[in-house]
Design a protein around this ligand. Structure first.
Ligand SMILES: Cc1cc2nc3c(=O)[nH]c(=O)nc-3n(C[C@H](O)[C@H](O)[C@H](O)COP(=O)(O)OP(=O)(O)OC[C@H]3O[C@@H](n4cnc5c(N)ncnc54)[C@H](O)[C@@H]3O)c2cc1C
Length: 491
């Protein structure tokens, strides 16, 4: 039995801690905040309850597998609810489109929205599934950095087909070859944002994401997504993990290219291995002395999108809205150029609104709704003025909603705002990024930090900034990959 510390209680850390405990190790988890979950967070404002981070669960089988591994039944802890429609899209020309994971409903919707595009959608889904089938084993379920993993028959067979993953076009280039209707191009261009990337730069390989959503479904968790954090904490404790909140790790201690322990909350502690769920780039800058070459290499990677979130307790109900809604910008390419090239808040942002009170009425008063409003934002450069950006963006969003017939200015009775600075402060994410490192560079699938640190023996990483990347299912999978590597090393 090895003594293992987990730094950070985000989903990647909790996933790793549960598995390591189940494998028989002595696991202690240190979280700097006073609550677990990291970016999967919850907020209460007056009579309103909000999920303040993720709002959509994809690839639920990855969560299912974690509960199975722990030896408990997922349905005893949380209930998945299919989101229907999966998203309601509002376009600047006033048209709306309901996207459904149910194929028959989606085809029916397309028949009335853009009948000429039904065949294009079928072809696009077949293409997206093909990419999913090739890439999931290689880039998501296993470590891409461990030779032993790459040499399994299953993975090697997929590697042979790697030329078919459309890595040389951008997402936008590929999507616009399938669809002629500009509105549908915008819908399918949206998916790289699920891992914080730019559709006009990221490789078309990310077109696997629409298959994940439409082919495998998108889910909500009854009571709010934060129920998942509570469930994982309970499972971890049941397996003997010591969960310590308000315990910031100050230093990762190492000697002769090997980790030896931690300085946590002013105390030195010895450990055999460390699973770091804190952002890799931040960790090399703030927790690990020396290794300046690693720090420099990591600093060169482009962070993912950040965001601005408005939590609005709205004292009115809007039947026109679904649980998940998108209000698109006029010019998506300009929006992303502002975000990634100019690194300024977009002047005509796409606005995402998730309302859990549509599914769980008790999340808002009977005559109200709990709006989680997310706008894509650039990562921190040190030059942006976020107080001014909040004021400006708030006005732009309210005017946009008004143009769509949603007048809410006078009915917002609760408000909380998160800017990229808050994401950095709260979760220690590199430059306030919300998904770790972006996939704008087509080589990133191979270059993203590995789950096993090659330079410091005994140090492992799980979370959005390490392999296989950001988003709920992927970080949970990263906890699995890291835990298996640690267990193998400790035997
Ligand atoms: C607004 C928003 C919306 C999102 N929407 C979705 C969505 O709909 N679907 C989806 O799949 N994903 C979504 N995501 C992304 C998803 O939330 C993240 O990818 C995922 O939760 C990150 O998990 P992680 O394991 O990387 O850990 P994190 O959540 O980054 O947690 C890391 C933890 O480490 C702690 N920590 C850092 N440094 C230290 C230290 N020195 N000592 C101790 N503890 C430390 C932090 O406090 C934090 O709790 C969203 C994210 C945000 C912010």
């Amino acid at each position: 039995m090895a003594k293992i510390a987990v730094i950070g209680g985000g989903l990647g850390g909790l996933s790793g801690a549960i598995r390591l405990a189940k494998m028989g190790h002595d696991v202690e988890l240190f979280e700097k905040n006073d609550r677990l979950g990291g970016k999967m967070n919850e907020q209460r404002l007056g009579a309103y309850r909000f999920d303040a981070g993720p709002s959509l669960i994809t690839m639920p089988f990855i969560i299912e597998e974690l509960f199975d591994f722990a030896g408990v039944r997922r349905r005893d802890f949380i209930e998945f609810v299919a989101v229907e429609p999966i998203c309601r899209y509002f376009f600047p020309d006033g048209s709306t489109f309901n996207a459904h994971a149910d194929r028959r409903k989606m085809i029916d919707e397309l028949r009335s929205f853009a009948p000429a595009q039904v065949h294009a959608f079928e072809k696009f889904m077949a293409y997206a599934k093909r990419i999913y089938d090739i890439t999931t084993d290689v880039f998501v379920l296993h470590s891409i950095h461990e030779l032993a993993d790459l040499l399994t028959w299953r993975t090697a067979a997929k590697m042979v087909r790697i030329g078919q993953i459309d890595a040389f076009r951008t997402v936008h280039q590929a999507v616009s070859r399938f669809f002629q209707d500009k509105r549908l191009v915008q819908v399918f261009d949206r998916y790289p944002t699920y891992n914080g990337s730019d559709p006009f730069q990221a490789p078309a390989t990310l077109n696997t994401i629409p298959y994940v959503e439409f082919g495998l479904g998108g889910f909500y968790i009854r009571g709010g997504l934060y129920r998942l954090v509570e469930a994982l904490a309970q499972v971890a404790q049941g397996l003997g993990v010591t969960l310590q909140t308000s315990m910031p790790v100050e230093k990762i201690l190492h000697r002769e290219k090997k980790i030896c322990g931690l300085q946590v909350n002013g105390t030195m502690r010895a450990f055999d291995a460390l699973l770091c769920n804190a952002d890799v780039v931040e960790s090399f800058h703030t927790l690990i002395d020396d290794y300046t070459d690693v720090r420099d290499r990591l600093s060169a990677f482009e962070p993912s999108l950040s965001g601005m979130v408005f939590l609005w307790g709205v004292r009115r109900r809007f039947d026109r809205l679904a649980q998940h809604n998108i209000f698109f910008s006029e010019n998506y390419e300009h929006e992303f150029r502002q975000i990634f090239a100019d690194r300024t808040p977009p002047d005509d942002p796409t606005v995402y609104i998730a309302i859990t009170s549509k599914a769980d009425a008790e999340h808002a008063p009977a005559d109200g709704e709990n709006w989680f409003v997310l706008i894509n934002m650039p990562y921190l450069t040190g030059e942006q003025n976020w107080a001014a950006a909040v004021e400006k963006t708030r006005g732009i969003v309210l005017s946009k909603l008004k143009r769509h017939g949603l007048e809410i200015r006078d009915v917002i009775e609760q408000e909380q705002v998160y800017t990229p600075k808050d994401f950095h402060r709260l979760y220690g994410s590199n430059k306030g990024s919300i998904y770790g490192i972006s996939s704008n560079d087509r080589r990133m699938a191979f270059r993203r930090p590995a789950n096993r640190c090659k330079r410091l023996a005994g140090l492992y990483f799980a979370g959005g900034s390490s392999h296989p990347g950001g988003g709920v299912p992927l970080v949970i999978q990263s906890g699995k990959i890291a835990a298996e590597l640690i267990d193998k090393q400790m035997k």
